[in-house]
Ligand binder design. Structure first.
Ligand code: F6P
Length: 365
């Protein structure tokens, strides 16, 4: 199996994430330096695979990109080739065009495909594997919500950014005796809120996994006031909701396979708290895509490099249909069949939440 590999391709799919370039670089360098493979990259994720839009990846192409967020291959979170929008007789219709992609791979002489993405992108990778394509997955997402790996790359950078934002909000909150609400991403998982909240010394952390009671938040703020604390910091995950409320939807992206974009709970919470608290001003900040942009953290540069090297090793060993992952401190791999659909949420009774509770952080419950 190993001897047959001559040429490999990469693509990055879904929302971008710090560390994508580091993975592209590690895959390319290992493939060329260790095994002499030719390496190409498809542009715009699966759309590029369908349109056969590719670029050569060489030691030169991947030079100087280790630290840079984003992806030199570009990405798309709309294009599922198993349910793809095409024009037929002037009408847009949804079709399974995956055979076109398989043919393109054959035409280009590509022996293996490295797919770097989250749940949606890796679902297609699994399905291409089922069609006989030699795929290897690499787990990406700032949300850290894939069960098959202890950590996805990109998460560490996101919590670093959110922690720095909380440090900055502290000083201005204190000056004005304000309650500052900071909304972070994470979709339906509260990992960013939880870890940045602890690292950024939040007083209240609100998670999708623990619906909140606004009266409990007010009680926490009052308790702080009694202790002479003139300001409070609340971190809220974009997917958080009150006991009797719904998540706040910012946008519906109709042509996306996963159309709901969360966002705006910080503003709703600020309004709701203003009805109950009169002695502090309340302000909200939504961090949004700032958590995904800019430079990649040291931890993510190393994790992404380890993942990229491991992906090429799987190819060399002929272990296709797998995703590289981190278990404890070791790099390992897991069948894509077991990866898909298994999300990882914060355990409300888990160790990290307990630690936070023990130091007095409120979860609004
Ligand atoms: O999955 C990563 C993520 O950044 C989520 O945290 C967020 O809800 C979503 O993507 C935002 O998507 P988009 O980039 O399409 O606005």
């Amino acid at each position: 199996m190993a001897e047959k590999i001559k040429k490999i391709a990469l693509l990055t799919g879904g929302g971008d994430c710090p560390g994508l370039n580091a993975v592209i670089r590690a895959v390319t360098r290992t493939a060329i330096l260790q095994y002499g493979y030719e390496v190409v990259g498809y542009k715009f994720g699966y759309r590029g695979l369908y349109n056969n839009e590719l670029i050569p990846l060489t030691l030169d192409t991947v030079s100087g990109i280790l630290h840079r967020g984003g992806t030199i291959l570009y990405s798309s979170n709309k294009d599922n080739l198993f349910d793809y929008t095409v024009e037929e007789n002037g009408v847009s219709v949804k079709k399974d065009v995956s055979d076109v992609a398989v043919e393109n791979l054959k035409k280009e002489g590509i022996d293996a495909l490295v797919v770097i993405g989250g749940d949606g992108t890796l679902t297609s990778a699994r399905d291409f594997g089922r069609k006989g394509v030699n795929v290897v997955g690499v787990p990406k997402t700032i949300d850290n919500d894939l069960a098959a790996t202890d950590v996805t790359f990109g998460f560490n950078t996101a919590i670093d950014v959110a922690t720095e934002a909380l440090d900055r909000l502290h000083t201005t909150a204190e000056s004005h005796h304000r309650i500052m609400i900071c909304e972070v991403m994470g979709r339906n998982a509260g990992w960013i809120a939880l870890e940045a909240g602890i690292a950024g010394s939040a007083d209240v952390i609100l998670l999708p996994e623990i619906p909140y009671d606004i009266n409990k938040i007010v009680a926490k703020i009052k308790e702080r006031q009694k202790q002479g604390k003139v300001f409070s910091i609340i971190v809220v995950a974009e997917g958080a909701k009150s006991l009797d409320g719904e998540v706040v939807v910012n946008k519906v992206v109709a042509d996306s396979p996963d159309p709901i974009r969360l966002g705006g709970i910080a503003n709703k919470l600020a309004y709701d708290l203003e009805q109950l608290i009169k002695d502090n001003e309340i302000r909200s900040t939504i961090l949004g895509h700032i958590q995904r942009g800019g430079n990649t953290s040291t931890y993510d540069r190393i994790l992404s490099t380890r993942y990229g090297v491991a992906a090429v090793e799987l190819i060399n060993e002929g272990k296709f249909g797998n995703m590289v992952c981190l278990k404890g401190n070791s790099i390992s791999y897991e069948s894509l069949e077991n990866v898909i659909g298994h999300t990882k949420n914060v355990d409300p009774n888990g160790e990290i939440v307990t630690v936070a509770r023990k130091i007095g952080i409120s979860f609004g419950d």
